[in-house]
Design a protein around this ligand. Structure first.
Ligand SMILES: C[S@@+](CC[C@H](N)C(=O)[O-])C[C@H]1O[C@@H](n2cnc3c(N)ncnc32)[C@H](O)[C@@H]1O
Length: 288
């Protein structure tokens, strides 16, 4: 598959995803909110697109020692839910990048809606070649997105380039297990746009190869199996909205793909992980 074909597959996947700016706004109205009076405290329960909700973002925030003075980069930020949350709750400045223009446009509008545009900004960029300046950020996070990026060595090199020396990178991602077959990989690529899945060990090796000191690699597979069963129920609850936007056939296709994905967790064929690493600084002792 060419690089352009990869990008088109991921873009199309998120252009037709059940979670969107429109779906977020429709759900707020459906729940009785006046959109002109929605603040971040309300929006934060509607705009996240990762496993484990706000608690999962809090965990990453704690891992990177977030404070008001942290400038944090959210790689593959989607509609900007975690970025706004970090700015609002911790007072940090947050930059978000995402490949998908409709996600970036939605992120900008939702941020303006809740008045956080002074603290949070978004750019369209491919995570493995962002063109952002080197050594810029105190911390970097990402949630359930690296699975969409095929060239992991290039991705990790780019992430580490953007961090200041001594900066922290914390991310969660969907992981392959040793029992995963080629047929399953192919199906996940076609149906979920997971272009390449790495492993718990694979990410540790890559972080260290890119000049980081690995501080944590946690296996979240069991925790996620539970979360994903609930997520499937949530997507099914969006059936009417998904059908109204993309038709019956699209909903059925999505439902088949997501059910297959969730089953891989409950059967132990897919995993999840959370990583924390620190970019080495010139003053650090040399690694052995
Ligand atoms: C599961 S969503 C996560 C969104 C966000 N982190 C959140 O938790 O709400 C994955 C995001 O990764 C983005 N993405 C996929 N491939 C990308 C790439 N190569 N560069 C930048 N963003 C990418 C998608 O457009 C999508 O918005």
């Amino acid at each position: 598959m060419t690089n352009n074909a990869h990008l088109e597959l991921v873009t199309e996947f998120y252009d037709t995803h059940p979670i969107s700016e429109k779906q977020v706004l429709d759900k707020l109205v459906q729940d009785g909110f006046d959109l002109s009076a929605v603040d971040q405290g309300i929006l934060q329960d509607y705009d996240q697109d990762h496993f484990g909700g706000l608690a999962a973002t809090d965990t990453l925030a704690r891992l990177v020692n977030i404070s008001r003075s942290t400038h944090i980069l959210d790689v593959c930020c989607g509609l900007g839910g975690p970025a706004r949350y970090l700015a609002y709750h911790y007072g940090s400045c947050v930059t978000g990048i995402d490949l998908n223009q409709s996600r970036v446009d939605g992120a900008v509008r939702l941020t303006e809606m809740v008045g956080l545009e002074e603290k949070v900004s978004f750019y369209r960029a491919n995570a493995h070649s962002s063109a952002l300046p080197s050594d810029e950020f105190d911390a970097l996070i990402a949630q359930e997105a690296f699975c969409h990026i095929p060239d992991k060595p290039r991705l990790l090199t780019e992430c580490v380039r953007l961090l200041k020396p001594g900066g922290l990178i914390a991310f969660t991602d969907i992981l392959a297990t040793t029992s995963m077959t080629t047929t399953v990989r192919k199906r996940l690529r076609q149906e979920m746009a997971f272009l390449e899945l790495d492993t718990l060990n694979g990410y540790q090796v890559l972080l260290e190869a890119n000049g980081c000191l690995l501080k944590k690699a946690e296996d979240l597979s069991e925790e996620w199996a539970q979360i994903l069963v609930e997520r499937l129920i949530m997507y099914r609850s969006l059936k009417d909205q998904t059908v109204a936007r993309f038709g019956d056939a699209h909903f059925e296709k999505w439902d088949r793909a997501y059910s297959f994905f969730v089953k891989l967790y409950t059967s132990g064929e897919l995993g999840g992980g959370r990583f924390l690493a620190r970019k080495r600084a010139p003053t650090d002792p040399r690694p052995n």
